[in-house]
Design a protein around this ligand. Sequence first.
Ligand code: SF4
Ligand code: SF4
Length: 454
Amino acid sequence: MVDATWGTGEAPRDVLGQVTSEPAFDDDHPPQKELIADCVHCGFCLPTCPTYVLWGAEADSPRGRIYLMNQGVGGEPLSDSMVEHFDNCLGCMSCVTACPSGVQYDRLIEDTRAQIERRHTRTPKDRALRSAIFALFPYPRRLRLLRGPLRAYQSSGLQKLVARTGLLPRLAPTLATLESLAPRLRSVPRPPRRVPARGQRRAVVGMLTGCVQSAFFPDVNSATVRVLAAEGCEVLIPPSQGCCGALSVHNGRKEEAKRFARRLIAVFEKTGMDYFVVNAAGCGSSLKEYDELLADDPAYASRAVAFTAKVRDLAELLAELGPVATRHPLDMTVAYHDACHLAHAQGIRAQPRGLLRDIPGLTLREIADPEICCGSAGVWNVLNPEPAAALGDRKATNVLATGASLLVTANPGCLMQVAAAVQRQGGEIALAHTAQVLDASIRGLGAGALLGRR
Ligand code: SF4
Ligand code: SF4
C-alpha cells in the first residue's frame, strides 16, 4: 500500500528557500492528470525498476513516483523528500516496457523534472555539481580539451599510483567516479565532413558525432562511418553540429535542450539528408522526440516534425536498408547488452541482435535480467555514485556469467559503466559498440581486433 504521508514529512521551501505551501506544479506543462490516471496500481512494473530492486521502497518505484505526482497535481507542495524520490529515478523506462496499461511514465517524469528544475531550490553542493556537469558534458569541444590531460594521467602511471593510495574515493567521491568511468583513450583522427558511399549509393545520411562519443569513443564514430559507407550510404558530418540536448532534457533542463535541438535541426536540414543516424542510444531517444520538445515553437514545430521522421538508430537503419557488404567471420562469443534508451525507449532489440547473428562464426549470448539498467543513465551515476556502483556490479556479474569474450552495446555510458564494474570485480571481458563489431567483420579483421578492447 502507498503511504499517504510521503512528501509531506517536512516543510517545503520555494526557490528563495522560504517555507511554502505553493502547489508542487505550475501550469507550464505539469505532469498530466489523464496520464497519471492511466496507472491502475497493479505493480507489474515494480520488479523491473532498478531503484525498487535496490531498496524495496514503494516511494522509489514507478507506482510510488506516479502517486507522488498525483499528490503534486492535487496541490501538495514540492517537498525535499518528493524531489529526492523523483531524482532517484534513473529514467531507464524499464517500467514503460513492463506496464500492461500503457502508462506513459516517460512523459510524466520528463514534465515533473522540468517543474523541479524551475521550482525547487537544491542545496548549494547539488547546485554546484549540476552546474559543473552541465557546463562540461553537452559541449564536445570542452570535453575534447580533457583528452590530453586524461591521456597523460593514464599513460604516465599516475593513475595507478593514485589507485594504490585509495585516497581519491574518500577525498573526492565524484572525481573518483568520473576517473573510474573514463575509458582508455586512443588517438583517432576526426571524421571528414563527407564520406562517399562505397559502390552504389543507397542513401544520404547525416550523422551525429555526439559529445561523450566524439570525445571518449572517436573510434566508435570512425567504425560507424566505415560501416555506413560500406553499406552504400553517403555520410555527412557537419563539424558545427554540437550537442543533441539529450542530457539536458533527461534532467529537466528543457529550455537548454530546445536551444541544442534548434541548432542541430538548422545545421542538418540544409544537408539534404534522407536519414539522420545516431549511434548513442540516449541521444537517439531524445532526437526521436524533437517534435514534442519543439511543439510550442512556431518557428521550429514543423521543421522538428520533418527532422524527427528521419532519425534512425544505426542498427535500425542498417536493418531497414538490408546488408550489401560482405561479412567475414568473427570466431567469438558475444554478450549483447540492451541499452535502456535503445530497448525500452525506442523498442530496438531485434535489429542489433539480427546484425550480430548474421556475422559468420559469431555466437550470441543473452545476459540475465536484461531489463534492469546498468546504473549509468546519463549522469545518474555521477550524481548517485553508490547505488550506480551497486547496479553496475549486478550487471557485471550477469555479463561475466555468460562466459562471452566480448560485451557489445550501443551506448557510450553503458560501455563506461560496465567496464568500470567489470574492472572492480577483477573480471576480464573486451567491450565494443555494435558498429565496431560490424566494422571488424566487414573489413575482415578477425576476432583479435576486438578482443584487445577494454
Ligand atoms: S524509469 Fe526506471 S528507475 Fe525510473 S521509475 Fe521507471 S523503472 Fe524505475
Ligand atoms: S505504472 Fe503500469 S505497471 Fe506500474 S503500477 Fe501503474 S499500471 Fe501497473
